[in-house]
Ligand binder design. Structure first.
Ligand SMILES: Cc1cc2nc3c(=O)[nH]c(=O)nc-3n(C[C@H](O)[C@H](O)[C@H](O)COP(=O)(O)OP(=O)(O)OC[C@H]3O[C@@H](n4cnc5c(N)ncnc54)[C@H](O)[C@@H]3O)c2cc1C
Length: 327
């Protein structure tokens, strides 16, 4: 229940959540829930208990002009210090985290809040191939689908049979394979809220070989990326249309490996990762991203597009140190 001392927008948000019977918390730190482990808070974090309730929440937020956003595993997210208005939605109810595998039908159904790693290991253990190439990518199923997560061993898109989504106006429906579009780090799910997905997989005879493939993918990832460091994976998308080189190569060629601002640094292992050291802030990471974009543009004429999603509070809601760093 609201205590009645919040800002007007927050009061409206809390009144709506009370009316709909959606559970929530106030002033909830989000930074620690991201892979960077630092950053701002949500004025309100909601915990809907099912797709119908979530759809109503989205519909009513849209009508009332209340901003809404969904938090996944925070592995592709940078939350700048301060307080985010509107409502931040966590899909942590068990219904959103369900994983249901039908070996005979060669199919898996997963809630958007389910852990991708858990889905991969469960399907591989069941002898179903199709997702093992995504091993080592930290994500919820919803977060992975939204940006068609993938790498050297494939992307999530080809394994998808259908996705249950909520449109920005609150309409809940299913998109079948023909209505889905996946390309490099993109999908047509970006403006939609993903509730769950069905994956079409392939039953294999040689389960040991499938488990071995999983191990190989993991070993490759550990050997090529700073997996243990605090980061959000690749900071920038590979600019395929403008250059034959990946973003990491462009950053490396620009001599930016090791570039450091505050506690954030361009990784010396993989130039497209920006890692954060002890005591660093989300604003430091943003400052490094901006500097990398500026210098690569100066040297090559190519504008790198961010892969990492940045959530920035309104200026008035930022902490002082953040305002100093980003202005
Ligand atoms: C060490 C490391 C290695 C990585 N390696 C890879 C890699 O090899 N390949 C790769 O593709 N990525 C990689 N990443 C990035 C990250 O794993 C992916 O981008 C992943 O898909 C993020 O999912 P998430 O659940 O953490 O989303 P979050 O970071 O929580 O959110 C990212 C965006 O997705 C949105 N979102 C989350 N859930 C939903 C939903 N249900 N509906 C609609 N929108 C939603 C959020 O609102 C936000 O805009 C790596 C990250 C790290 C930290």
């Amino acid at each position: 229940m609201s205590m009645g001392t919040e800002a007007p927008e927050t009061e409206r948000t809390l009144a709506l959540l009370d009316e709909l019977g959606v559970g929530y918390g106030c002033d909830v730190p989000i930074g620690p829930r991201t892979w960077y482990g630092v950053g701002g808070s949500a004025a309100v974090m909601a915990h809907p208990t099912g797709a119908e309730q979530l759809a109503t929440l989205i519909e009513r937020c849209a009508e009332a002009g209340i901003d809404s956003r969904v938090l996944g595993k925070g592995a592709n997210l940078l939350v700048i210090e301060g307080t985010l208005g509107g409502v931040t939605i966590a899909l942590d109810d068990p219904g959103f985290r369900v994983i249901d595998i039908d070996v005979n039908a060669e199919r898996a159904i997963a809630g958007a809040g389910a852990d991708l790693e858990r889905l991969i290991t469960s399907t591989v253990r069941a002898g179903l191939a199709g997702l093992e190439g995504l091993a080592g990518i930290p994500a919820t199923v919803g977060g992975a689908l939204r940006m068609n997560a993938g790498g050297a061993f494939g992307e999530i898109g080809p394994a998808v049979e259908s996705v249950d989504v909520i449109e920005p106006d609150g309409r809940l429906h299913t998109l079948g394979r023909a209505a889905l579009e996946f390309s490099y780090r993109r999908s047509n799910l970006c403006q939609r809220l993903i509730c769950s997905a069905t994956f079409a997989l392939k039953r294999v005879e040689d389960q040991a070989a499938l488990r071995e493939k999983l191990k190989q993918v993991m070993a490759y990832k550990k050997g090529s990326q700073p997996m243990a460091a605090s980061s959000a994976g690749c900071a920038f998308k590979n600019p395929k249309t403008q250059s034959e080189h990946g973003a990491g190569k462009l950053i490396d060629d620009a001599g930016l490996k090791g570039l450091r601002i505050g506690g954030a640094e361009v990784s010396t292992v993989h130039a497209n990762f920006i890692v954060l050291h002890e005591g660093g802030t989300a604003a430091d990471v943003l400052a490094v991203m901006n500097e990398v974009q500026r210098r690569v543009k100066d040297q090559t004429g190519i504008t790198l597009q961010r892969e990492v999603v940045v959530w920035e509070p309104d200026i008035s809601q930022r902490t002082q140190s953040t305002q100093r760093t980003t202005e």
